[in-house]
Design a protein around this ligand. Structure first.
Ligand SMILES: [Zn+2]
Length: 444
């Protein structure tokens, strides 16, 4: 075992808790987590980060990179730089908003080719489930996608149509045949169609157009389908906390359902969104403070499995001041860790909780057995955080392509001082290394 790097800190977050430790790295893999004052092997370099906390690199399973096809919105170069700057070492790319969408093996190969030379962190791909591509799901699975995304209501782009309940059942039946995973944008189209649709800049009108009932009903239907077909399903970007009791009950019953929420639902509230501020628009929407409290309860009791960004940028001109017509999507890839840490600590949670939600949880969802924890045998991926340092969000400091953010001007706790990918420092206080990320395929 040739150890080439020892990363030392008084606070290393391991699955057994936080402790002073020296992490021995060999060939990009964690060889051992040694006592703090362990002797540095001959030939190894010591990096001592002092009292900064070493976390397992974050895993973000919900990123819209939009490359190729809508690269004026985002791209692999800029998205993965933003991720690296924010302590994320693995991302999974959503199958839509790029052209082509990731709905056939041929399209997957196009996307992999584009990503290969631009990836500053490790990148994997979700496939897409459309009304007419059931025959493509098995080949995509065999080609290494991590699962399949579908919508139950219009996606916002015409090349990625939604599934009705019968089409969902057909796709779930196909996927459960190879124990695949379906990840679902769960808003019920009938409830959306029945909601009042008013254009203009008033956030209250937009909120009323995407009612909680739309999420609650879609999630209940999804749970019923998962139970009936013994399929694995995952609820994307949960906003309505009203759905938590049904999800908790389904889990207790043994239905294979998991759920994620996002930093914007957990740190921003409808009450604070100025009219016309469509950088806050996403679907489902950011809801009231009382709803946010209930989401945090869902995290605390384990009903919510993970927190991921749903980074979904666009160009500034698509963020018109009219909530009805503006592009829906929040750009926060680089800010998820400090945003969540700031709110988590205020609510009495620890950094270990944050690691469970943002690293270990998403890694487990995706079956990424080499990611998500600091222990021997895993990839030497780390986020080093100064948890008590604060900064004020300046869009000019962001690495994603269109520097639009719902967090502008906010003061957050937690500065990512460096990020490490397989034992190499890829970000050093905003200075990014050349791309060294790998393309990942599902490994089970
Ligand atoms: Zn999304």
């Amino acid at each position: 075992m040739d150890v080439n790097l020892v990363l030392r800190s008084t606070r290393v977050i391991t699955p057994e808790g936080t402790r002073p430790a020296s992490i021995a790295v060999s060939g990009g893999t964690i060889a051992a987590v040694l006592p703090y004052d362990a002797e540095v092997p001959a030939g190894a370099r010591l990096e001592d980060v002092g009292d900064d906390v070493v976390l397992p690199g974050l895993v973000d399973t919900h990123v819209h990179v939009n490359d190729p096809g809508r690269t004026e919105w985002e791209g692999f170069w800029t998205a993965t730089r933003a991720a690296a700057a924010g302590g994320i070492t693995t991302l999974l790319d959503m199958p839509l908003n790029s052209l082509p969408p990731t709905t056939t093996v041929e399209h997957l190969r196009v996307k992999q080719e584009v990503a290969r030379s631009k990836a500053h962190i490790d990148v994997g791909f979700w496939g897409g489930a459309l009304p007419d591509n059931v025959k493509d799901l098995r080949p995509l699975h065999d080609a290494g996608v991590f699962g399949f995304k579908c919508f139950l209501s219009p996606s916002g782009v015409e090349e990625f149509p939604e599934l009705d309940q019968e089409q969902l059942a057909n796709s779930l039946a196909e996927i459960s045949g190879f124990d695949g995973l379906m990840i679902v944008h769960a808003e019920d189209p009938h409830h959306l169609a029945a909601a009042p649709q008013r254009s203009g800049g008033a956030y209250a009108d937009f909120l009323a157009s995407r009612p909680r009932d739309a999420e609650n009903t879609a999630i209940e239907n999804l749970i019923n389908q998962a139970r009936r077909l013994n399929a694995r399903v995952h609820v994307l970007h949960l906003s309505s906390a009203d759905a938590l009791p049904a999800i908790a009950a389904a889990k207790a019953e043994g239905v294979k359902v998991t759920v994620e929420s996002c930093p914007h639902f957990l740190t921003l509230t409808a009450e604070e969104i100025p009219d016309g501020a469509t950088e806050f628009k996403c679907c489902p929407p950011i809801r009231e403070a009382s709803n946010q409290d209930a989401l945090w309860q869902g995290l605390a009791d384990g009903t919510i499995d993970c927190i991921v960004s749903d980074h979904s940028p666009s160009t500034a001109d698509l963020k018109t001041p009219d909530f009805a017509s503006a592009w829906g999507g929040i750009s926060s890839l680089q800010l998820g860790l400090p945003a969540i840490w700031t709110e988590a600590r205020r609510r009495g949670h620890s950094l270990e909780d944050v690691v469970r939600w943002m690293s270990e949880g998403p890694a487990r969802l995706a079956g990424l057995t080499r990611k998500g924890a600091i222990e021997a045998g895993r990839d030497a991926d780390f986020a080093v955080l100064a948890p008590d340092a604060t900064f004020t969000v300046d869009p000019a400091d962001l690495q994603h392509r269109n520097r639009i953010t719902a967090y502008a001007g906010k003061t957050l706790s937690g500065v990512v001082t460096s990020t490490w990918l397989r034992g190499e420092r890829i970000a050093d206080r905003g200075t990014l290394a050349e791309p060294s990320g790998r393309l990942l395929e599902r490994n089970n």
